[in-house]
Design a protein around this ligand. Structure first.
Ligand code: FMN
Length: 407
């Protein structure tokens, strides 16, 4: 795979299913469009298509073995996992989906999925009973929550003679999904979308405030809601800067991510990213930090537990809501509340000077660190109560509202 592939480069994992032959057509479509394809063929995949066909169509070497000394000498497996803009699994077998959902890394394909820092798109294909099995559906939900993208499966007659969902999406449909995932912010802006030409600044995740070189104070924020919002804004055409605390989520396609640890770093990264048309401050920022971080690891035996003195962190939402030439036109804060949600959130809106507060009750099961959110959208003159929905769906609706507000 050469670097002269301006439309992007795909690492294509071909799993062991009847539909593996369609990966050949997919490879042909991608190459014809100028997309680089580097195939990884699983051992079972090689029962269905040959490495020779994949190599010929992709015009690249086919990787199969985790422990190949030749391959490792050329390109280590970690480097391989990051050698493309997007990792595509087609067909994604029940087995590959289960391995990826559970973080298994027993062969080259699963190790690649665990080691990559690139977005992953899966095109599942399997027998209808395998697809509908609660184990597969559980794995699917896990991967979706991890930010993995999916295309298909289709419903219809299957090679095994049964009928239902589980058929691999057709190669042109997978091709379209790949092109959408590969599109960078520039391409999106050229193509349009209600937020084309707009810059969105989003914060997500927890902050980490060090105590000593090995310890620190953090919180349970997963970053999922902020990441979903960043992805949804990018899909509507915005250029998105995502300032992220420490989380283990993949960067949504088309989003520029800046990694930070402390609240002060997060504020500095946000200020550096301005100007922006909209600021969505979802991160769970620590209110306090340790006054003086210990330069060496604190020891247990040195006269009892240490006395820690806290000082207040800068208030990112209030700072960036303050009027000035760089204030985003629309500033949105998040409020995680445990009681009197609406009253506390409305007070926060007034105190911080932002335009909207998205409030959620984090005592509800499955909200903090989970996949769903039940939110209130509070503006100066009204409160909207949104029904409980997947964080992706809340993100999509919020992005639409932002687009309406900025138009
Ligand atoms: C004829 C045949 C067809 C198969 N088709 C599929 C399939 O479409 N989807 C699937 O998930 N597994 C299918 N399997 C089972 C997988 O090949 C098996 O789970 C294998 O371990 C997957 O390995 P991989 O995920 O590393 O490619 C099939 C097996 C056979 C023998």
């Amino acid at each position: 795979m050469t670097d002269s592939t301006p439309l992007g480069r795909v690492l294509l994992i071909v799993g062991g299913g009847i539909a593996a032959y369609k990966a050949l057509e997919l490879t042909r479509l991608l190459r014809k469009a100028g997309v680089g394809v580097r195939p990884i063929l699983t051992k079972s995949g090689a029962e269905f298509v040959t490495a020779l066909s994949l190599a010929a169509l992709s015009e690249d070497k086919v990787y199969s073995d985790l422990f190949s000394l030749t391959d490792e000498a050329e390109m280590g497996h970690i480097e391989l996992s990051r050698s493309a803009d997007l990792v595509v699994v087609a067909p994604a077998t029940a087995d590959l989906i289960a391995k990826a959902a559970n973080g298994l890394a027993g062969d080259l394909a699963s190790t690649t999925l665990l080691a990559t820092d690139k977005p992953v798109l899966m095109a599942p294909a399997m027998n209808v009973r395998m697809w509908l099995h609660p184990a597969t559906q559980r794995n699917l939900a896990t991967l979706k929550a991890d930010g993995v993208l999916f295309v298909g499966p289709d419903e219809g007659a299957m090679a095994c003679g049964e009928f239902g969902p589980g058929r691999l999406a057709e190669p042109p449909v997978i091709f379209e999904a790949i092109m959408a995932a590969l599109e960078g912010p520039a391409a999106r802006s050229q193509k349009g979308g209600p937020l084309a030409g707009k810059h969105a600044l989003v914060t997500a995740g927890p902050t980490f405030e060090p105590i000593d070189p090995v310890r620190g104070i953090t919180n349970r924020s997963s970053g999922r809601q902020g990441y979903a919002i960043a992805g949804a804004l990018a899909r509507l055409g915005a250029r998105v800067t995502l300032v992220s605390g420490p989380v283990s989520l993949p960067t949504p396609p088309g989003v520029d991510r800046v990694d930070v640890e402390t609240a002060r770093d997060m504020l500095a990264a946000c200020q550096a990213a301005l100007p922006a048309d909209v600021g969505v401050f979802v991160a769970a920022v620590a209110d306090w930090r340790i006054d003086e971080v210990f330069g060496v690891k604190l020891k247990k035996d040195k006269g009892g537990p240490p006395a820690l003195t806290f000082v207040e962190n800068p208030d990112i939402l209030a700072t960036l809501s303050a009027s000035g030439p760089k204030r985003p036109k629309l500033v949105i804060g998040f409020a995680a509340e445990t009681n009197d949600v609406e009253a506390h959130a409305r007070a926060k809106l007034a105190r911080k000077g932002c335009d909207w507060i998205i409030a959620n009750d984090v005592t509800e099961p499955g909200v903090m660190g989970g996949d769903e959110n039940a939110v209130l959208l509070i503006s100066k003159d009204k409160t909207e109560r949104w029904t409980r929905a997947a964080k992706d769906s809340v993100a999509h609706d919020l992005a639409q509202r932002i687009a309406e507000s900025l138009s």
